[in-house]
Write a protein that binds this ligand. Structure first.
Ligand code: X8Z
Ligand code: ZN
Length: 593
């Protein structure tokens, strides 16, 4: 038809945009699921190889694969919008919504830019994985530096290790800034204001409401965090003196037993109450009883099987990575994998046999157990109810690793008596409560970066402003204009959204409390384990099997009876500790402003 004829026609009758039908929507979703599933399988294998063998070639191959997957996902997200006004059944509607919000760093339509983005996305985690701090020809990798931060108590050595590791991130800065530009272009083409808005859209509620929800949850926890901060700072001040840790200001980031000051359990020796020390150190017990990485993993598996989950497949032990190989570069940051949506589950960790390894194995296996539980869902529903759920499944089991449990598996000979409860709670709080502001601030920083509120020249300043504001932690060195300290944390170069861990720390206490209630537990929450309880396992599995098929409030309700995320379970768990901390803090000036 000629243009003139078309104009005539348009004049003659009202324009009717051809509305796609419900059947077309269902067919579209079906096709998308099939294609994404096939691409997902290929990409899981490519990513596994890249993370286990970092070379220029695996980076290139993984970039090529990443580009294909992202391009397809962006196309499906774009096409899904065509059905916004079509009446479809609720399952198809949910799948369309999942397709629209399904990417993390969407690529621009421009092919050259898509290639560039895929290459950066592949390079950054590889740079992180291969980073080393060298003095002369003596080099220390990230894993060894993390170990040093745990054990060392000499503030000068801690500072040197901290500085050495953080300097490694400098070369990432320009690449990161370019990545932000490119991914934002992709996000805008999809109709989001920026990548941060896309990330906030993944929670079955309006993005702004989600941001407000995280503020609300943080508001619940903040008084407890401030009490813990005040107490820990007081103890650190006693140990190191005013020149290293002041009595009133933020705590320097290098003395908290962790490279990122995100969990403080490793310096329990510095803060332990003299009369309530639980009297056991899992690091020592594991060593004494020859818990090597495999034995640690089997112990983790044992918890899950005790509550009724099937054992891990033989291939899990054949194909997983448990220790850092000596002959090649790998991404050591722990992760859990499902390679075939059937039974090819794996973890990838660089264990050395520490308490932290013991905790992290339970965390990673939680991902595997979830993956297997939802494998029969259709492809778009194979995922966590939200990403916080995925992180919370194994964390909930961590909370059940009580002295009574450790005694049952023979790690401990006697449980500490109730007079040691404050010590037990304090150790747990040093990990779980200390984490909360860190869990929140990483994405606060990224949301501002993606929104353009924080420009590359201010990356560093904005990062430390947030760390000081939320954590009360400061940079232990003078400011450095070239530094890119956010890049020294895996999830920034790894582009893993981080609010998930903040949510997980809220959810795990809700799950734990619900599990203890189901088990008929009436004692204090921190002494509750549901090891061996098949009824709890059955109900846990019922939630896990749902995958992402329903909005997360329904999954939460299925296990806990409530459809709201709520930190009051965490506050209830730590209530005796809060009272004790406030007593200890009398005479101290708390806060850091
Ligand atoms: O990255 C992780 C897991 C892998 S999903 C080991 N976590 C966060 C971190 O290490 O920063 C678990 C707790 C927080
Ligand atoms: Zn995880």
């Amino acid at each position: 038809m000629s243009v003139a004829a078309a104009a005539l026609l348009a004049f003659a009758m009202p324009v009717q945009a051809a509305q796609p039908t419900a059947a077309e929507a269902a067919a579209f979703v079906d096709k998308a699921e099939k294609e994404l599933e096939a691409l997902g399988l290929e990409s899981a294998a490519a990513s596994w190889v890249q993370a286990n063998f970092i070379t220029v070639d695996t980076i290139k191959l993984s970039a090529l694969n990443g580009k294909r997957v992202t391009t397809a996902a962006v196309q499906f997200a774009t096409d899904a919008k065509k059905f916004d006004q079509v009446q479809v059944d609720p399952v198809v509607r949910r799948k369309l919504e999942l397709l629209k919000r399904g990417t993390t760093l969407p690529s621009p339509k421009d092919q050259a830019k898509a290639t560039e983005l895929a290459q950066i996305k592949s390079e950054l985690p590889a740079m992180y994985g291969a980073a080393k701090w060298c003095e002369g020809d003596k080099c220390i990798d990230g894993n060894a530096l993390e170990d040093l931060m745990r054990r060392e108590r000499d503030p000068q050595k801690l500072l040197a290790a901290w500085a050495g590791w953080h300097a490694q991130a400098k070369p990432m800065k320009a690449k990161y800034a370019r990545m932000v530009e490119l991914a934002n272009e992709g996000a805008r083409e999809l109709g989001y204001s920026d990548v941060g808005a896309l990330w906030r859209s993944k929670y079955d509620m309006p993005p702004d409401a989600f941001a407000a929800e995280t503020d609300r949850l943080w508001g619940q926890v903040k008084p407890l965090y401030e009490s813990l901060h005040c107490y820990a700072r007081g103890k650190l001040n006693e140990k190191y003196g005013d020149a290293v840790v002041s009595k009133t200001g933020p705590i320097p980031a290098h003395v908290l037993g962790n490279m990122w000051a995100q969990a403080w359990g490793e310096i329990f020796d510095v803060v332990a109450p003299a009369d309530a020390d639980p009297g056991y150190d899992l690091n020592k017990l594991l060593k004494e009883q020859n818990y090597d990485p495999i034995k640690i993993t089997k112990a983790g598996e044992g918890f899950y099987t005790s509550i009724g989950f099937a054992p891990l497949p033989k291939t899990f032990y054949e194909r997983s990575l448990f220790v850092k190989p000596r002959d090649r570069e790998v991404v050591c940051h722990a992760s859990a994998w499902d390679l075939d949506n059937k039974d090819d589950l794996r973890i990838k960790m660089c264990m050395s046999g520490t308490d932290e390894d013991f905790q992290v194995v339970h965390h990673e296996l939680g991902h595997n157990i979830y993956q297997r539980a939802y494998k029969n869902q259709s492809p778009l529903f194979r995922g966590g109810a939200n990403d916080g759920f995925h992180e919370a499944i194994g964390d909930t089991i961590q909370l059940a690793l009580t002295p009574s449990y450790l005694k049952q598996i023979g790690l401990l000979t006697a449980e500490p008596d109730p007079s040691k409860d404050i010590g037990l709670l304090l150790k747990r709080a040093m990990d779980k409560v200390a984490f909360m502001p860190f869990g929140l601030l990483i994405d606060r920083w990224r949301w501002d970066v993606f929104a353009g509120k924080t420009k590359p020249a201010d990356y560093e300043k904005a990062w430390w402003a947030l760390r000081e504001k939320y954590q009360g932690v400061k940079r232990p060195l003078a400011d450095d204009a070239d530094a890119f300290d956010p890049g020294a944390k895996f999830h920034v170069p790894g582009n893993t959204p981080y609010t998930r861990y903040f949510l997980a720390h809220v959810l795990e206490f809700q799950f734990h409390k619900a599990a203890c209630e189901q088990a008929g537990w009436t004692g204090p929450l921190h002494r509750c384990t549901f090891y061996g309880n098949k009824e709890v396992g059955k109900r846990y599995n019922a939630m896990l099997e749902m995958g992402a098929s329903k909005p997360w409030p329904e999954a939460l309700k299925a296990f806990t009876g409530t459809d709201k995320m709520d930190a009051s379970a965490m506050l209830a768990y730590f209530a005796p500790l809060k009272t004790w901390l406030d007593e200890q803090n009398k005479g101290r000036q708390c806060g850091w402003n």
